[in-house]
Design a protein around this ligand. Sequence first.
Ligand code: GA4
Length: 345
Amino acid sequence: MVAPCPTSMMVRTKKTKGMGIPTIDLSLERSKLSELVVKACEEYGFFKVVNHSVPKEVISRLEEEGTEFFSKTSSEKSQAGPANPFGYGCRNIGPNGDMGHLEYLLLHTNPLSISERSKTIANDPTKFSCAVNDYIEAAKGLTCEILDLVAEGLWVQDKFSLSNLIRDVHSDSLLRINQYPPVALKGNKNWDTSKLEAHQLQNQNNNNNNNNNNIGFGEHSDPQILTIMRSNNVDGLQISTHDGLWIPVPPDPNEFFVMVGDALQVLTNGRFVSVRHRVLTNTTKARMSMMYFAAPPLNWWITPLPKMVTPHNPSQYKPFTWAQYKQAAYSLRLGDTRLDLFKIQ
Ligand code: GA4
């Protein structure tokens, strides 16, 4: 378990290598922290947190389990699949033909479902379940801390109104571990992103049906409220700015990246915009990433927080349940902007 929300935190934001990604230091005093979390959510829908309270050992235990699983033979791994939607998947993403250069484990965070799944995933299912459950608890704690800061920064009366959405035992949150094998470049040298500056990336491949072979995970936004992501020290993640510029995100194995999802866009009535992101494969090294996707229970309604709706700023979205939104997401392609279906014209 992660310690409850720290009482004293402050913020320091800095730009990551001049690329503009905000970094927020959670260990400092609280006063301006919420303001800066809101600013980062508004400007990028994405930021990095440092000095969080997730123990290193919780991270390394899950990383070890991931490494052990992905090093198994294909036929051993396929015992844990197919991922429809949960379990082991290889190259297929979702049910509508999207593909990427990756293999993954996609798990529901319900402890019973994890203990059942772990029997097909790990030689030592108890050790696997413990590593997964501890990581989920820690990621959930961090997510709640950030959502409480968001609520405070937006001056929402009930400080816990956002974190309560994911604290519920019936929360539909997910955990995903992705492994991207190294992929050699096919001719096009421009795809060596490590040598490219952000402005050179701007107009490259804004869609998912590219002829290049280095798309690990195609461009999309996450449907959930918030995503907490970390990876090993191998690059590949890129985020899109509001004006369509692709920015590479340097990996940082000890820290977490936070992404605004579609549901938080709705809850804030469009004040935050979910971040579009993608992963390109590395030419020499395997990238392993782990994501906690924070979601409410299936039958909960997603509507803008009352504070975010005024006569001058009416609700932009028709009310929908999380189950309805998921159904829409799974009926569309990965890169589609599914929120359009729920927009009030
Ligand atoms: C994107 C975020 C999460 O990885 C995920 C993905 C899901 C899947 O891989 O099964 C989806 C994708 C994600 C969005 C649209 C639908 C559903 C694939 C897809 C085409 C687990 C999720 O919740 O939505």
